[in-house]
Design a protein around this ligand. Structure first.
Ligand code: CP
Ligand code: NVA
Length: 326
């Protein structure tokens, strides 16, 4: 039961059993229904939540803030440059100070080790809002979106197409394996996930009826997929690699033809966002080929990206309520 997660950190889906992941999704669905029905929760009443962001964020920051306020907590944003973290004060010391004042801490940043040190020293639940390696709260929102669309998860195929070794590819591979899905990482050979992680995901899938495939073939990867997922080609902190990634990943841009190649009329398109899908951002004007998805797909009838974005609130709320709530 999600009720057994009290006091736990939420750093990677690898740390949770398939049953615990399911329970978090069930709780997310319940909290979403309640919010839609106007029923407000009080599970976090009187709690103080610290939100540490070393990288920018729209969805994660707002989802943590809204979810905290919805359940009666106060959220304090600590942005890049606001606190000493690692600069004039060690991460461990910062963790011990914040842990004396706050009841829970969210961290978004670079090295995954930083969120692990926070968790080791804080003495309160620490939630990973994205590191270079993992983005676990995003995957809960993705799975909830797929569940809402198809009424189930097990046996469904999800093709993640693009940079196959980033935080989203890693997290989707593990998350989909945990819930018995057929996950395909579709990427050029030099952007494949670490072999040890693929092995671990395959071991998980062996116990859940899921399947893990890594391929450079778009045709093989998307055939039969219920969902096609992509992410930016250069993640936060990788801006110097943009041109190199465009050269490698142009054949992996999600197009209407790729959606057709799933062979499923019901196939949906997913993206964690933010996305380059038109020329209306500064970066896509500077690099017009940076687009990982065609505008026609992003704006088209198969796209569920804004449902997915909304689901960040409900799933993040579930994580906070399960680990910290009364
Ligand atoms: N998907 C996601 O994490 O979005 P933000 O970077 O806006 O938080
Ligand atoms: N891979 C992306 C995800 C953004 C939500 C990044 O790390 O920038």
């Amino acid at each position: 039961m999600a009720g057994n997660l009290k006091g736990r950190h939420f750093l990677r889906l690898l740390d949770f059993t398939p049953g615990e992941v399911r329970d978090l999704l069930e709780l997310s669905a319940t909290l979403k229904r309640n919010k839609r029905a106007g029923v407000s929760g009080r599970a976090l009443e009187g709690k103080n939540i610290a939100l540490i962001f070393e990288k920018p964020s729209t969805r994660t920051r707002c989802a943590f803030t809204v979810a905290a306020v919805d359940e009666g907590a106060h959220a304090e944003y600590l942005g890049k440059g606001d606190i000493q973290l690692g600069k004039k004060e060690t991460v461990a010391d910062t963790a011990r100070v914040l842990g004396r004042m706050f009841d829970g801490i969210q961290y978004r940043g670079f090295a995954h080790r930083t969120v692990e040190i926070l968790a080791e020293y804080a003495g309160v639940p620490v939630w990973n809002g994205l590191t270079d390696e993992w983005h676990p709260t995003q995957v809960l929102a993705d799975l909830l979106t797929v569940m809402e669309e198809f009424g189930r998860l097990e046996g469904l195929a999800l093709a993640y197409v693009g940079d196959g070794r980033n935080n989203m590819a890693n997290s989707l591979m593990v998350g989909c394996a945990k819930v018995g899905m057929d996950v395909r990482i579709v990427a050029p050979a030099n952007l494949h996930p670490a072999p040890e992680l693929v092995e671990t995901a395959r071991e998980i899938a062996a116990g859940t009826g899921g399947k893990v495939t890594v391929t450079d073939s778009v045709e093989e990867g998307v055939r039969g997929a219920h969902a096609v997922y992509t992410d930016v080609w250069a993640s936060m902190g990788e801006e110097s690699k943009i041109e190199e990634r465009i050269a490698l990943l142009e054949p992996y841009r999600v197009t209407e033809a790729m959606m057709e190649a799933t062979g499923r009329r019901e196939a949906i398109f997913l993206h964690c966002l933010p996305s380059f899908h038109n020329l209306e951002t500064e970066l896509s004007q500077r690099y017009p080929k940076i687009r990982e998805v065609e505008d026609a797909v992003f704006e088209g009838p198969r796209s569920r990206v804004f449902d997915e974005a909304e689901n960040r609130v409900h799933t993040i709320k579930a994580v906070m309520v399960a680990t910290l709530g009364r």
